[in-house]
Structures are given as C-alpha cells and as structure tokens.
Design a protein around this ligand. Sequence first.
Ligand code: TMP
Length: 213
Amino acid sequence: MALGRFISFEGSEGCGKSTQIKLLCKRLQGIGHEVLLTREPGGTDLGECIRELLQHAPEGENMTPESELLLFAASRAQLVREVIKPKIDSGAYVLADRFHDSTTIYQGIARGLGGQIVSLMNDFAIGECLPDCTFLLDINVREGRERVRARSGGKEDRMEREPDSFFEEVRSGYLELANNNPERFVVLDASKTAQELELEIWDNLDKKYGVGS
Ligand code: TMP
C-alpha cells in the first residue's frame, strides 16, 4: 500500500494557503494520489459547528482565550480521529489548512496563554498525529490584511477584527517556530505569485518524497 503523507499549511490571514492547497491537490491527484483536504477549525460536522462559534456566532463574542483554546482543541481532536488518521493510514495524502501550529501561535503567543498549556492541549488533541511537513507562507501583515479585506468585501470575522499588533505577533511567532523546527518547516515568501509558490512547493515535496518521479 502507498505511504500516506500529512502536510500542513500555516500562515497569517491572507497568506494564500487555501489557493496553494487546491493547486497542490490538483497536481497530486493528476499523478494518481488520493488526496484529502481539511480545514481548521472545522472539517467534521462537529468541527464546523465549533467553527461557527469561534468565528461568527454572537454567542462567541465574549469568548475568553481559555475557552477559545479548548474549542480549537476540541475541533482538532475530532478531526484527527474521524478523518485525518484513517486517511493517512489508508495511504492518502492529507493536506491540512492549519493544524496544531496555529494553536501554538494564535493562542499560545498572540493571546498570551503561553507555550506550556498550549503544548499540553495540542498533545492531548492530536496524540502522535504530527504533520510530516509544514509549509509556512510568510506575508507582511499589511499585505495579508488587504487581501482579506478585498476578498471579504470588508466583512471581518471575530479573529480578523484583531489589531495589526496581534497579527505582527502571529507573524514573528511563526517565523521563530519555523526557525526552531527546520526539519519539518519550509518557509515561503507568500508575496510571490501563486504560480511561483506552486512550483516551489512541488519542488520541495519532490526533493523530500519524490512526488514527481
Ligand atoms: P482561516 O480558516 O481563514 O485561516 O481562519 C481560521 C482562523 O482561526 C484564523 O484567524 C486563525 C484562527 N485559528 C486559531 O486562532 N487557532 C487555531 O488553532 C486555528 C486552527 C485557527
């Protein structure tokens, strides 16, 4: 049976993760791989309800950072066991639009909950299910936010309403995390065109796993 691979995509708002995931999916399917796309929060029936609470529901407006951490962890715990693990075990490629690194950065650093509790929660939620490779799409905060505003017509969700300083912490937190985990992370300059990024991602995966051979 083919070896399943778990690849996550991370980055701040407007970095272009979703576009790259779709492009990579097409390429992998084009050479015969089974591919599953996931997004977080969400990706299961339960997870999509949690997503609504986290992003749009009026009931989420006064959410504390602690509740936020637990809800992201709950969504991920469900996704790992219901979807991701079985797919990897069956030999598929799983391409994740965000995974545990988002919690490390958004809740641990930008919300200030700290590395210790977030690491405990991440371990509890995902067990042994870690990405084989993580692409960090790095973009400056102003450019990323402009892209988000352009695509949403100015309507921002609960996270997107945070100030620039929050997203500056997200950006620097990600770069530091990648720097400390060079064996797993590939950092890409997300101000490049979608086509340039698509090729860089493919080249990296080809070097790591021989996907194109
Ligand atoms: P996105 O799907 O458009 O990337 O939005 C997800 C939002 O949720 C984004 O603002 C990042 C945030 N988030 C966290 O704060 N912690 C997490 O663990 C995850 C998965 C996402």
